[in-house]
Design a protein around this ligand. Structure first.
Ligand code: BES
Ligand code: MN
Ligand code: ZN
Length: 506
């Protein structure tokens, strides 16, 4: 892991651009902005290139356009990169984080050692500084640890968030915001690394060990339930899924219980931890099945958000619960038509063994309540249907009651984990009605994401609950300027910010 997540100093510097002693100074430029006029001394430092490149139309300020030019006089930086930032009126923290990530990734590819990213204003200062630090930190991730040949070079040694001296917020507050962005970016990188791991490496036992280590290092209380403890608790849904695998299941439990935390809310984060989903006896087609190594992305998001929640000292008690197993078609595997009994006593007729995520989450949600949760949020790569409905543009968000769902939705959107509200109509429960058990685990093709959520709702004991279906968002299929293809670390930001938002509004 230490080879995937390089450590690098991300820090704040408050100074005029002229004084930044770096190899590359990145300056965002909005569409139709005369950048030479906005930043005193820039044109002279670049021998007129800043004005020329805008006047000629070579740089139009479109998002992620880069223009590199040497500094010829006056400024301490060796080079300047003008970076298109899009329309000033459409500027958001999410855009800013992605611009910083794109800049740092460019610098890493070009083997540039010391990089500064200039905060241009227009957004609230602490939020902007956090977004830049977060984005710069994302460049520390690489997915090439299993390559023996050519690998991505080391990340820049110094990553600087540069602010002008009169930004209107105290330096201490801005430094805290840099720390916050760095911790969240690192936690996101850790989640990406876990999701990218192949399933022969990241077995349920290995996932539990790494989750425990991440938790301990962040100061969390750690408990890992092994197969005996799971059996004692009668988690028949998790055990049912695990039966087909030679690897034993685990439940990873991480607890953040700060001094002075109120009795409520107690937030529980529950993540789907299927380290590989073959579909079981209802086996998946071969094409694309390799992707199913990331079916624990929800669990990784929970573990890594718990890390950030602890390091950033969220004011409320938060419990992370990650049931983890493989879904395999072994000789003892659960078969279509089998009936399983969850720890809470609910019986489930397994119609399709590929609908395994909702089974393990059913026992996970039950256990979170045993541990005293008052509010529940789960994250799962749950249904292909959700990816069909929303594509890669947003996670599906289900929840009840409405004020809680809305708080989760707004917090996630603001944090940069875009989600879209999905319905929980009573009709969906009818699709799950079984002739012989309390319910079936599949409602067929219509509204597949909604019936899956409806299944989970049965395990929430009436508590406020929200469910992120991240099947379409956990994995990027294409390289983007701000993010290479592969695991995205979805929901780490949303869950982390929720631990702060839930405390202030309940
Ligand atoms: N892990 C899959 C969902 C998934 C599919 C995630 C594609 C990411 C990309 C989940 O366990 C699954 O197989 N769901 C089934 C449910 C069905 C059998 C009711 C699905 O979506 O087809
Ligand atoms: Mn499945
Ligand atoms: Zn699955």
């Amino acid at each position: 892991m230490s080879r995937t997540i390089e450590s690098s100093a991300v820090r704040l510097v408050a100074a005029a651009p002229a004084h930044l002693d770096v190899d590359l100074l990145v300056i965002p430029v909005f569409e139709a902005e005369a950048i030479a006029a906005s930043i005193a001394g820039l044109d002279a430092a670049t021998a007129g290139e800043a004005a020329r490149v805008i006047a000629s139309g070579e740089l139009r300020g479109r998002p992620y356009e880069f223009f590199f030019t040497p500094v010829t006089s006056g400024w301490k930086a060796r080079r300047v990169a003008l970076l298109g930032a899009g329309k000033a009126g459409e500027f958001t923290l999410d855009r800013l984080r992605k611009l910083a990530a794109a800049a740092a990734l460019q610098a890493r590819q070009k083997r540039i050692d010391r990089v500064a990213f200039l905060e241009r204003g227009g957004l609230e200062a602490a939020g902007a500084v956090q977004a830049i630090a977060d984005g710069l930190t994302l460049s520390l991730f690489s997915a090439d640890q299993y390559k023996s040949g050519e690998r991505l070079g080391p990340p820049p040694r110094e990553l600087i968030v540069a602010v002008l001296q009169d930004r209107g917020t105290s330096l201490r507050d801005l430094e805290a915001a840099v720390d916050r962005g760095r911790v969240i970016g690192e936690s996101c990188n850790l989640a990406r690394a876990l999701s990218n791991e192949p399933s022969n490496v990241l077995t349920p036992r290995e996932f539990a060990e790494r989750g425990a280590r991440i938790g301990r290092e962040a100061g969390l209380a750690v408990d890992v339930l092994d197969e005996q403890a799971i059996a004692r608790l009668k988690m028949g849904l998790l055990l049912g899924v695990a039966r087909g695998s030679a690897e034993p299941p685990r439940v990873i439990v991480l607890t953040h219980d700060p001094n002075g935390a109120p009795a409520a809310p107690v937030l529980a984060l529950v993540g789907k931890g299927i380290t590989f989903d073959t579909g079981g006896i209802s086996i998946k087609p071969a094409d694309g099945m390799e992707r199913m190594k990331d079916d624990m992305a929800g669990g990784a998001a929970v573990i890594c958000a718990m890390r950030a929640i602890s390091l950033l000292r969220a004011p409320i008690k938060v419990i992370g619960v990650v049931p983890t197993t493989e879904n395999m078609p072994g000789g003892k595997a659960v078969k279509p038509g089998d009936v399983l009994t969850g720890a809470g006593g609910k019986t489930v007729e397994v119609i399709n063994t590929d609908a395994e995520g909702r089974l393990v989450l059913g026992d996970g949600l039950w256990y979170a309540q045993q541990l005293g949760a008052t509010h529940l949020v789960d994250v799962a790569t749950l249904t292909g249907a959700c990816a069909v409905a929303l594509g890669r543009a947003a996670s599906g968000l289900f929840g009840t009651p409405e004020p809680w769902a809305q708080l989760v939705r707004e917090t996630a959107d603001r944090a940069g984990d875009r989600c879209w509200p999905m319905p929980l109509f009573e009709e969906y429960a009818e699709q799950l009605r079984s002739e012989i058990a309390d319910m079936m685990n599949s409602g067929g093709r219509p509204a597949g994401a909604c019936t899956a959520a409806m299944f989970l709702k049965e395990f929430t004991g009436g508590l406020p609950w929200a469910h992120f279906d991240v099947a379409g968002t956990a994995w990027a299929e294409d390289n983007k300027p701000f993010q290479p293809k592969g695991a995205t670390g979805v929901a780490v930001r949303a869950l982390t910010e929720l631990a702060f938002a839930a405390g202030s509004r309940q």
